[in-house]
Ligand binder design. Structure first.
Ligand SMILES: Nc1ncnc2c1ncn2[C@@H]1O[C@H](COP(=O)(O)OP(=O)(O)OP(=O)(O)O)[C@@H](O)[C@H]1O
Ligand SMILES: [Mg+2]
Length: 446
């Protein structure tokens, strides 16, 4: 009877607005958990996507960074598990969540535990960098949800520590990243093992058309749910770019991280090598900074993220390992020390600030050689990042150069907000190279 009422409410949901979480027919444990989490009302993506998921639809969900996509898939997933509680068979899981990085997988597990409240959820984290034997032991008895990065999951599937034939729910978070070339083959192998009669949902803040076409091969009659932009709230992230030569970047970075308004900042670099170099430069200048990239040991990575989360580090220098999905409260600034290779990554980097209704600032330091990448980002986000005055100091185009236009004066323009920044202290006695290392093409960092 309860199930029928729930089904009816979901069907009626087509005509309801879902302004409150009590409009959803969630299991009591989830309702209690939501009260405890002080989630007052569903966010637009939650309002639009929870009901169709409860009705069993496959979903492609697209919504801005920090808009609550984890709860958008996590709540209906948990409801499906709690509504029919049963002990999973040995070495199986009822649901699988895939994520691109270990840090994000861990964050998802803890969010799911939070949404389950007091219910004893059997969730297993399956990622590299953690003892394999402990994960095998946890899977041995069967679990409700596995949250995994693809590499370790495939490894444990090959070792027969886990089989996916009984898995009826698949979530692919950061779907466009999971379906790009770095992960696609592994994800396909994992999906091939799943039961065909399953529910598959995918979420991301960016979804290029080529990825949608690929996603459609893994989904069954999917519903595309795109959360309406919260226009009335205005842009939450003040974002701009500055033309800075490569050799000026360290000084400018220091000025931004030392500005009074910069309370907590993530500095993104494309490569591990540059990340280390920038980290050392900040440390020498007395900035409490940490570093995160795929070349660091997992326990170091976890410790650094924890110290950044609890405010003991005010700056985190990171590769794009940190760009996807990671939520840290109160990040005031994102600084792009360089431009990412693909414009979607810019969206995710900038999305580490201004989350869950907060405001933030994203500054991009653009060298003349990076102008092409900046233009691609501007096309992706649909607006200019470089102020008009800076455009005037851009390097002359080839045609202008042929006509004899003069060279490349250093840009002195500062946005009003940044004008107050005190002049940067001179960099401390440099033992490290005076200019950043040359940049090889960025490899996936995990
Ligand atoms: N309905 C809600 N009310 C209040 N806070 C919420 C609500 N839903 C989610 N949040 C909070 O918003 C923050 C961001 O959520 P989440 O990490 O799920 O965003 P996201 O859309 O997945 O972002 P990203 O694209 O970066 O992965 C979290 O702190 C989460 O607890
Ligand atoms: Mg997310």
């Amino acid at each position: 009877m309860v199930a029928r009422v729930a089904a009816l409410r979901v069907w009626l949901g087509e005509f309801l607005d879902y302004a409150s979480f009590s409009d959803f027919p969630f299991a009591p444990a989830i309702r209690e958990a939501l009260d405890g989490l002080a989630y007052n009302a569903p966010t637009p993506i939650q309002r639009a996507s929870i009901a169709p998921q409860l009705a069993g639809r496959d979903i492609v969900g697209i919504a801005a960074t920090g808009s609550g996509k984890t709860a958008a898939y996590g709540l209906p997933l948990l409801h499906a598990i709690l509504a029919a509680p049963r002990r999973p068979a040995a070495r199986t899981c009822r649901a699988l969540v895939l994520a691109p990085t270990r840090e994000l997988a861990l964050q998802i597990v803890s969010s799911l535990r939070g949404f389950a409240g007091g219910w004893p959820l059997r969730a297993c984290l399956v990622t590299g960098g953690l003892p394999r034997r402990r994960q095998i032991a946890q899977l041995e008895v069967g679990v409700d949800i596995v949250v995994a990065t693809p590499g370790r999951l495939i490894d444990l599937m090959r070792a027969h520590a886990i089989g996916l034939q009984a898995t009826r729910h698949l979530v692919i978070d950061e779907a466009d990243r999971m379906l790009d070339l770095g992960f696609l083959a592994t994800v396909r192998r994992i999906v091939a093992d799943l039961a065909p009669e399953r529910q598959t949902v995918m979420f991301s803040a960016t979804m290029p058309p080529a990825v949608v076409a690929l996603a459609n091969q893994l989904l069954r009659d999917p519903l595309r749910v795109e959360a309406p932009a919260e226009r009335e709230a205005g842009p939450r992230v003040a974002a701009w770019a500055e033309m800075v030569s490569l050799s000026q970047k360290p000084r400018r970075l220091l000025a931004i991280v030392n500005a009074p308004k910069t309370t907590s900042a993530i500095v993104f670099c494309r490569t591990r090598q540059l990340t280390e170099w920038v980290h050392r430069a900040l440390q020498r200048a007395g900035v409490p900074a940490g570093v995160m990239h795929g070349g660091r040991r997992q326990d170091e990575r976890a410790r650094t993220l924890e110290r950044f989360r609890n405010g003991r580090l005010s700056v985190l220098v990171a590769t794009d390992l940190m760009a996807r999905g990671i939520h840290v409260d109160g990040v005031s600034h994102v600084i792009n020390y360089d431009l990412p290779d693909d414009p979607e990554t810019y969206v995710h980097r900038a999305g580490r600030t201004g989350r869950a209704g907060a405001s933030g600032t994203a500054v991009t330091l653009c060298a003349p050689s990076e102008i092409g990448k900046l233009r691609a980002v501007e096309r992706e986000i649909g607006r200019a990042l470089l102020p008009e005055m800076c455009r005037a100091c851009m390097p002359p185009t080839r045609r202008k150069r042929r006509r004899g236009a003069s060279g490349d004066p250093p840009c002195t323009f500062r946005l009003p907000d940044e004008a107050a920044v005190s002049p940067p202290p001179p960099p401390a006695a440099p033992r490290a190279p005076a200019t950043p290392p040359r940049q090889p093409p960025a490899a996936p960092d995990g």
